[in-house]
Design a protein around this ligand. Structure first.
Ligand code: SAM
Length: 286
């Protein structure tokens, strides 16, 4: 069954008596090259466990199962579960779980399902929860090797943006703590049914096996990033001083000690810069 044929998608949904749910970000792929390319890019060896988020009717799930040893696909829409039972019936290395990914205990899932294999995540993400899902994955404590996701093109550019560029944002700096994001390829809106209003792109985040940066006070480190980007137009000194009890002169001194100008804006600081700044400021908090 060609799960990327428009007619197949429509007839499967008609038979199950369901419609595309905008609220669940349901835009299904109808170009078979795309799930195949995503599956190729998400890992480099067969002996992997792949966690898929939002299988839809299973077009990407199938491609993953053809390449990797074990796939678990978590789908929130209970209307799609009988369809997945049908479309993936030939595979004995796929398990579909009906659940909200944001309420799934990922450590438990991996312990129960991965059987010691290295794990990666792969998804054509529902765009309404891109950032919460990425944060949930990296904060889960599961040592995923990589996270390969299709997201809105602008979000993909943000995830991969260098410090100082206009696309660089809090999510870029935060994810930079966990891994390195790489832009893989773009996917135009006409590859989906229904077509979304925006184009998409696929990004793979290669997670660091051990953190590259080790801030002494992680809470302050993440807090500084949040403060810097909440007030993007302000200088970093002003942004930090409106969130923390540091005198402005002390923040400027801390910046100077790192070779950074007193009037610098937060968007110019890399993840490493935020780590160094939090290490200079943290002893002054107590
Ligand atoms: N993988 C399919 C494809 O590429 O054609 C479908 C992708 S569609 C963009 C997003 C999928 O995620 C839908 O099947 C939707 O029901 C599911 N979904 C939305 N929110 C979810 C959540 N919180 N947890 C798990 N799945 C979710």
């Amino acid at each position: 069954m060609d799960l990327c044929r428009l007619e197949t998608v429509k007839s499967l949904m008609r038979e199950a008596n369901i419609n595309f749910k905008k609220g669940f970000g349901q835009n299904f792929l109808i170009n078979p090259c795309v799930p195949s390319d995503i599956a190729d890019a998400c890992a480099d060896k067969k002996e992997m466990f792949i966690l898929e988020i939002g299988p839809g009717i299973g077009c990407l799930t199938k491609e993953l199962a053809l390449r990797y040893e074990k796939v678990v696909a978590v789908e929130i829409d209970k209307g799609l579960i009988p369809i997945l039972g049908k479309t993936l019936a030939d595979f004995d290395n796929i398990k579909v779980i009906e659940a909200d990914i944001l309420k799934t205990d990922l450590k438990k899932l991996i312990a129960e399902e991965a059987a010691g294999r290295e794990a990666s995540v792969c998804a054509n993400l529902p765009y309404y929860i891109t950032t919460p899902v990425l944060m949930y994955l990296v904060e889960s404590g599961v040592p995923f090797r990589s996270i390969t996701v299709m997201v809105q093109k602008e979000v993909a550019e943000r995830l991969c943006a260098p410090a100082g560029s206009s696309e660089y944002g809090a999510i870029t700096a935060v994810l930079g703590y966990y891994g390195k994001a790489n832009m893989l390829f773009g996917v135009s809106a006409d590859n989906f049914v229904p077509p979304p209003k925006v184009d998409s792109a696929v990004v793979r985040i290669d997670l660091y096996p051990a953190p590259l940066y080790a801030p002494k006070d992680k809470k302050l480190f993440f807090g500084l990033i949040k403060a810097a980007f909440e007030m993007r137009r302000k200088t970093l000194v002003n942004a930090i001083s409106s969130h923390y009890p540091f005198p402005k002169a002390q923040i400027a001194e801390a910046l100077a000690s790192l070779g950074l100008a007193a009037d610098i804006r937060g968007e110019r600081l890399s993840t490493e810069d935020f780590c160094r700044l939090s290490d200079v400021l943290s002893p002054m908090l107590s």
